[in-house]
Design a protein around this ligand. Structure first.
Ligand SMILES: Nc1ncnc2c1ncn2[C@@H]1O[C@H](COP(=O)(O)OP(=O)(O)O)[C@@H](O)[C@H]1O
Ligand SMILES: [Mg+2]
Length: 384
């Protein structure tokens, strides 16, 4: 089955679309990558989204507009992926949507909201769409995240030692082979906020880690940032830009006087490296396999390697899964599981009472025709 996975993470920089040809062979799920494309959000939509995200207040009118416009952006990416990667022969779209709020209170997730109305995707492609992956896991008592952990577990099964999958998006999350999975804290979120803030919006991120490389870590600021209670919470735990946003950074900077952009970005990059490394050590990793946009920041990757002596740091590309598209491929897998009636969560990762078949389904132009339910979930993911 040819499935298009659509993802935009907490950085809300672009909609990533990955196409995969997936098939069940015995107890393996075989994935043949067909490629990926990335459609940047236009600047106006990006600004409207940024203005609506917490801690800002918004209106239901604005939520409706964003749901539509994000849905249209996802639809454009899906239609292009179907054309350019699938010869117009895709059979299913799996859309994560854009998280705008993840309601966590007292260590429990109570709700989560992803915008990007799937009707637009179904209308533009004619294909059935699986969307709204997270809420079902929350209804089953889980955190609704990390969902990619199941794909990581299937993918890294059988690899020697304790390989840990690490995604460096706006937020960093990891999956260990025993199913432990959690958000470690910010990956690029605070670095992006600082780069934007200091450059007056000219820079969306610290391109190639240049600012961080030119700066010096400010130890008192680093210590203050490391005092954040989130890092000491036990797993499973999730976080987002509800916590790690520009205002959070401004509060942390209060009282330190004037610091250069370079020094602040170097300190934030070190914060990411330190908190990720601590988390990686806490699960006994013997190897780290990284993915996400953060892998394109050589200063971050250098600091992370330095924080993890003796633990090899690789990117998922080396194992055959393009690091920019890993999450989009992972959602293609989750959508495939849903279409086959298979649960796509791992209770040890999300803290749910039981594994759930995820998502809600929007029929395609031909109505809702699903493959026959599969007897049992595959135990490994094999890349072809
Ligand atoms: N060339 C680069 N140099 C430094 N950072 C980069 C580069 N390319 C991407 N990034 C970082 O990756 C982030 C986007 O990563 P992505 O995996 O798309 O995250 P998300 O899943 O949160 O959208 C950007 O916001 C930026 O911080
Ligand atoms: Mg992104």
């Amino acid at each position: 089955m040819r499935v298009i996975g659509l993802m935009s993470g907490t950085s809300y920089d672009a909609v990533d679309a990955a196409a995969a040809d997936l098939s069940l062979v015995g107890d393996s799920l075989v994935l043949r990558p067909l490629g990926m494309i990335s459609e940047r959000y236009d600047e106006e939509l990006r600004e409207a989204l940024a203005a609506a995200l917490p801690p800002a207040a918004t209106s239901l009118a604005q939520v409706c507009r964003l749901d539509t416009r994000i849905g249209q952006a996802f639809a454009a990416a899906a239609a292009r992926a179907n054309r350019e990667l699938c010869d117009e022969r895709a059979e299913l779209v799996a859309s994560h949507g854009q998280t705008v709020f993840h309601w966590v209170d007292g260590g429990r997730a109570h709700g989560t909201l992803q915008l990007g109305q799937p009707a637009w995707i179904a209308e533009a492609t004619g294909l059935p769409v699986v969307a709204d992956f997270r809420p079902r896991d929350i209804a089953a008592g889980g955190q609704g995240a990390p969902l990619v952990s199941l794909v990581d577990l299937l993918w890294l099964r059988g690899r020697p030692g304790t390989p840990v999958a690490l995604n460096l998006g706006g937020i960093a999350n990891l999956t260990a082979p025993d199913g432990t999975a959690f958000d470690t804290g910010p990956a690029c979120a605070l670095v992006d906020a600082a780069a934007r803030g200091f450059s007056g919006g000219r820079l969306a991120y610290d391109v190639d880690g240049a600012l961080a490389a030119a700066g010096t870590v400010h130890e008192p600021l680093l210590r203050r940032l490391l005092d954040e209670p989130y890092y000491a919470l036990p797993a499973p735990k999730t976080t987002g830009k509800e916590l790690f946003h520009l205002g959070y950074l401004q509060d942390a900077l209060a009282g330190f006087g004037w610091l250069t952009a370079e020094d602040v970005v170097a300190t934030l990059t070190r914060l990411t490296a330190r908190t990720v490394a601590d988390a990686v050590r806490s699960v006994g990793a013997t190897e780290v396999i990284a993915s996400g946009g953060g892998t394109r920041n050589p200063t971050l990757m250098g600091m992370l390697a330095a924080e993890l002596p003796g633990v090899p740091l690789r990117t998922s590309d080396e194992l055959g899964l393009p690091s920019q598209a890993k999450e989009a491929y992972a959602f293609a897998v989750l959508g495939f599981l849903t279409a086959h009636g298979l649960p796509a969560t791992e209770p040890t990762s999300t803290g749910a009472r039981r594994p759930s078949v995820l998502g809600s389904l929007t029929p395609g132009r031909g109505g809702l025709r699903l493959p026959p339910p599969a007897a049992r979930r595959p135990v490994r993911l094999v890349l072809e």
